[in-house]
Write a protein that binds this ligand. Structure first.
Ligand SMILES: [Zn+2]
Length: 480
């Protein structure tokens, strides 16, 4: 068996890990889109390092676009196999992928107008709405913790990993001509005791692990501190500064978590009188699906529902779907809280809110999740000033704050706990993905300290035969 890493190698987006069996049959774990990588983003997504028609099946860990976003492109270009996912992941992919096609088509129309004026070749959208519909027809829904047949010789189990609704680690049992391998792909590992999602579940013993490493060099605060930090930011911005609190947030996961936290603060009578907008049609849809799968959420949500029936709806809060309503929020000078996508502030309506609000010291831009260093969110988090938004240089006068403890990603101790169920002597290799190299090197050291050996950090396009690393086949070169 070989593993080929076609994304999330020394970076956090574009997750795609190809498993090539002894007889050259291929399955892929996730089919994610690269995001927030500046001008490299489009070519990295347009280039397919493996022929899609040569892949027999794709197993999907969760619905976030950096794990699912290129499924329609692979289908468009010849992938005809089954996409295995949990029921909630499928329901979320329906809205996430349709939204992604909509964004592709709109973005391409916008840039082609400019390119046309400059006499340059036009872009093509990565995929369209009809590719998404075909993709959705190739899904097969699988129950959590039930072993299923992927292809001959490969069985898999989804084990909930606490990251977002429907997310799971993938445990593969691979039988080859003279070898059996238990391979654990962690997906994105969630935190313990988060606002909404149940804790990650234990996994069986693995021989080989593909492990995420986003926060391999960081410890988060306690999850209960996050609510206090959120309240502090609200009171400081709304009551003291009388400004706008702009919160860039992934439509799926983070938005529902913040809304639930604000709902709790409101129930306890701690929130000032303020209008709260969730300004994202996708977030409104993702919230509706989260409600539909409320039985998958943790006990705290169930308890809360005894006091207030809707964890994601209360008097001060409204969901804005129409563009005109979003523009009205921009035009208003009233203090308010705006929760809007994208989380990296690179696209979506939040970019407009930041564009209009960044040069006013009364406002606060509050980040509650990870952002690629090259994205607008990453630059603001790193203190860059001025920043360029929509081609205009903007002075950063608004306060920029970060609450990292709201992250849906485990810190290094939590990831260590997640792996602590594994006997290190039986794990032959751990491949670290989904992290920047600095975090990966720190996490490698940490895991070494826990007794794990042979921890490898693959490059993009690298091909390995476990338990080894660095079986080079040329970086990113296409495989026929
Ligand atoms: Zn994720």
């Amino acid at each position: 068996m070989k593993i080929k890493f076609f994304g999330a190698a020394k970076t956090v987006t574009g997750s795609k890990h190809l498993i090539e069996l002894w007889d050259n049959r291929r399955i892929m774990l996730d089919c994610g889109m690269f995001q927030g990588m500046g001008k490299d983003t489009y070519p990295m997504n347009a280039h397919e390092p493996v022929e899609p028609s040569s892949i027999e099946a794709i197993v999907l860990s969760h619905a976030h676009i950096d794990h699912s976003g290129l499924l329609p492109k692979y289908v468009k270009d010849g992938f005809t196999g089954t996409i295995f996912a949990t029921e909630a992941t499928y329901a979320l992919c329906e809205i996430m992928l349709r939204d992604s096609a909509f964004i592709q088509e709109a973005d391409v129309r916008f840039s082609n107008k400019r390119k046309g004026r400059e006499g340059k070749d036009a872009y093509e959208p990565l995929y369209t709405f009809s590719d998404v519909e075909q993709t959705l027809s190739q899904f097969e829904v699988i129950k959590e913790n039930e072993k299923f047949h992927v292809v001959d010789g490969v069985k898999a189990t989804f084990i909930p990993n606490g990251h977002i609704l429907g997310s799971a680690a993938i445990f593969l049992e691979i039988d080859e001509i003279n070898e059996h391998t238990n391979l654990l792909y962690t997906g994105d590992i969630g935190r313990t005791n988060t606002a909404l999602i149940k804790n990650p579940e234990p996994t069986p013993q693995a021989d080989v692990i593909i492990c995420e490493s986003t926060y391999g060099d960081r410890l988060h605060h306690n999850t209960t501190d996050a609510e206090q930090e959120l309240l502090d930011a609200v009171l400081h911005t709304i009551k003291e500064k009388k400004g706008k609190l702009i919160i860039p947030a992934f439509s799926l996961g983070r938005t529902q978590e913040i809304v639930f936290s604000l709902n709790k603060l409101d129930l306890y009578g701690l929130l000032p009188s303020v209008k709260i907008y969730v300004d994202s049609p996708l977030a409104a849809d993702a919230t509706a699906i989260t409600k539909q799968f409320a039985h998958l959420l943790n006990k705290e949500v169930q308890r809360f529902c005894n006091a207030r029936p809707d964890p994601f709806g209360f008097g001060k809060l409204s969901y804005t779907k129409k563009k005109e309503d979003s523009q009205k929020i921009n035009a208003s000078n009233e203090p308010c809280i705006i929760i809007s996508a994208s989380g990296m502030a690179d696209a979506g309506r939040v970019k407009h809110h930041i564009f209009h609000g960044i040069e006013n010291e009364r406002n606060t831009i509050l980040f509650v999740g990870y952002a690629e260093p090259l994205s607008l969110g990453g630059k603001l988090q790193n203190g860059e000033n001025p920043v360029t938004i929509f081609g205009e240089s903007k002075k950063v006068k608004a306060e920029v704050k970060i609450i990292s403890s709201m992250s849906a990603h485990a810190d290094y101790e939590e990831m260590g706990n997640y792996l602590s169920i594994q006997n290190p002597n039986e794990v032959k290799a751990i491949y670290l993905v989904h992290g920047e190299e600095k975090a990966q090197l720190a996490f490698k050291n940490y895991l070494n300290g826990k007794g794990f050996k042979n921890i490898l950090i693959p490059e993009f396009g690298e091909s390995v035969v476990p338990p080894y690393g660095h079986l080079q086949e040329g970086e990113g070169s296409p495989l026929e």
